[in-house]
Write a protein that binds this ligand. Structure first.
Ligand code: CP
Length: 321
C-alpha cells in the first residue's frame, strides 16, 4: 500500500459504503457456512489486541473467536489487568500497544468518539487498524452489522425484500450505542419510513433534523402491530439515574415490556432481537426471551462472530496488510 493512502478504520457505520456493507454480508455468509479448517488464515502471524476499558461478555469474546479463526494471535486487555488501573492515560495505553506491532486494535471505551480519536493519533511508531467495539453512548457498528446480516438471512428465507420490513426499536434508545448505529445504517439504506422508534419521552431520540422520515411513538403495543422485526434495548440504569425520575425503572416494564401478552400483535414471523445484556423481566419477559420461536438473541451472537470475521478480512484486504 502507498504510504500516503489513509488507513481505513471502522469507527462508525458511516465509514462504510453500501457496496461494502453488501460485500460484508456476502463474506459473513461465507464464513458462517465454512468449516473452520477451510477458512483462509488471512490474519496468520498478525497480532490483534482487544482493548476493553469497559466490561463486555459478547463483543470481546466474539472478536477473539473471529480473529483466532483467521489465524491471528489475540491478546485481550481489560481495564482491571492493564496499567489504566494505575492512572495511565488511555491514549498512552493505545500508543504503547500500537508500538508492539498490533495489526488490529479493537477498542471498547466509555467515552464517545474515543476510537475516532485513536485513529487520528499522531506520531505512532506503527499504524494499526482501529475497530470501534462500542464507544460510550455513541456507536457499536459491528453489532449493528451482525444484526443486519441476521435480518438479511431471515428475509432471504421468507423471500422478502428488506425494504418491505416494518422494524420497531424500543427501550432506552437515547443511551443505546447499538440503536444509534442501526439508525445510521437504516438512513444509509433509505428505509427510515419503515423504522419506528418507541420509548418514554425521557429516553427517546430526536433525529428529526438529521434523519428525516423516522417514526416516533411512546406506545409499544400500538407500534408493534404488524412488525416484522422488533429490537429491544436495555434500560440502562447506569446512565439514566440523572435524567429520569426514580419511578420510571419500575414503571418501565408495565409499559415497555415485550412478552407473550403483546407479541401476537406483531407479524406472525416476527423476530425479536436484543444486543444484550438483557434485563430479564424488564424490557423482555424471561419467557419470551427463552422462546426461540421469536427470540434471536443467541443467533445474533453467532451471526456477530461471522460478521466480525468478514470485517477483519475486509479491512485487512483493503488496507493491503
Ligand atoms: N452486545 C454487546 O455489546 O454485549 P457486551 O456488552 O457483552 O459486549
Amino acid at each position: 500500500m502507498n504510504s500516503n493512502t489513509p488507513i481505513k478504520h471502522l469507527n462508525s457505520i458511516e465509514d462504510l459504503s453500501i457496496a461494502e456493507i453488501e460485500h460484508l454480508i456476502d463474506k459473513a455468509l461465507f464464513f458462517k457456512n465454512s468449516p473452520l479448517k477451510d477458512i483462509n488464515k488471512t490474519l496468520s502471524d498478525k497480532f490483534c489486541f482487544n482493548m476493553f476499558f469497559e466490561n463486555s461478555t459478547r463483543t470481546i469474546n466474539s472478536f477473539s473467536v473471529a480473529a483466532q479463526s483467521l489465524g491471528a494471535h489475540v491478546i485481550n486487555n481489560t481495564t482491571s489487568n492493564s496499567s489504566s488501573s494505575k492512572g495511565e492515560d488511555d491514549f498512552d495505553t493505545i500508543k504503547n500497544i500500537a508500538a508492539m506491532g498490533a495489526k488490529f486494535i479493537v477498542i471498547r471505551h466509555p467515552h464517545n468518539m474515543f476510537t475516532h480519536l485513536c485513529a487520528k493519533l499522531p506520531n505512532l511508531t506503527h499504524q494499526p487498524i482501529f475497530i470501534n467495539a462500542g464507544d460510550g453512548t455513541n456507536e457499536h457498528p459491528t453489532q449493528a452489522l451482525g444484526d443486519w446480516f441476521l435480518i438479511n438471512q431471515h428475509c432471504k428465507n421468507l423471500n422478502k425484500n428488506t425494504k418491505e420490513l416494518k422494524i420497531v426499536l424500543f427501550g432506552d434508545l437515547l443511551n443505546s450505542r447499538v440503536a444509534h448505529s442501526h439508525i445510521k445504517l437504516f438512513n444509509m439504506l433509505n428505509i427510515n419510513h419503515n423504522i419506528h422508534l418507541v420509548a418514554p419521552i425521557e429516553l427517546q431520540l430526536d433525529y428529526r433534523q438529521t434523519y428525516p422520515n423516522l417514526n416516533y411513538s411512546f406506545k409499544l403495543n400500538e407500534s408493534i402491530k404488524d412488525a416484522d422485526i422488533i429490537m429491544a434495548f436495555r434500560f440502562k440504569k447506569e446512565y439514566t439515574s440523572n435524567n429520569i425520575h426514580s419511578g420510571t425503572f419500575s414503571e418501565f416494564k408495565n409499559f415497555y415490556q415485550l412478552n407473550h401478552q403483546n407479541i401476537h400483535l406483531a407479524n406472525k414471523n416476527v423476530l425479536v432481537l436484543h444486543p444484550g445484556p438483557v434485563n430479564r423481566e424488564i424490557e423482555l419477559s424471561s419467557k419470551l426471551m427463552d422462546d426461540l420461536q421469536y427470540s434471536q438473541i443467541l443467533s445474533q451472537v453467532s451471526h456477530g462472530v461471522a460478521m466480525r470475521k468478514a470485517i477483519f478480512a475486509h479491512l485487512a484486504h483493503i488496507n493491503n496488510h
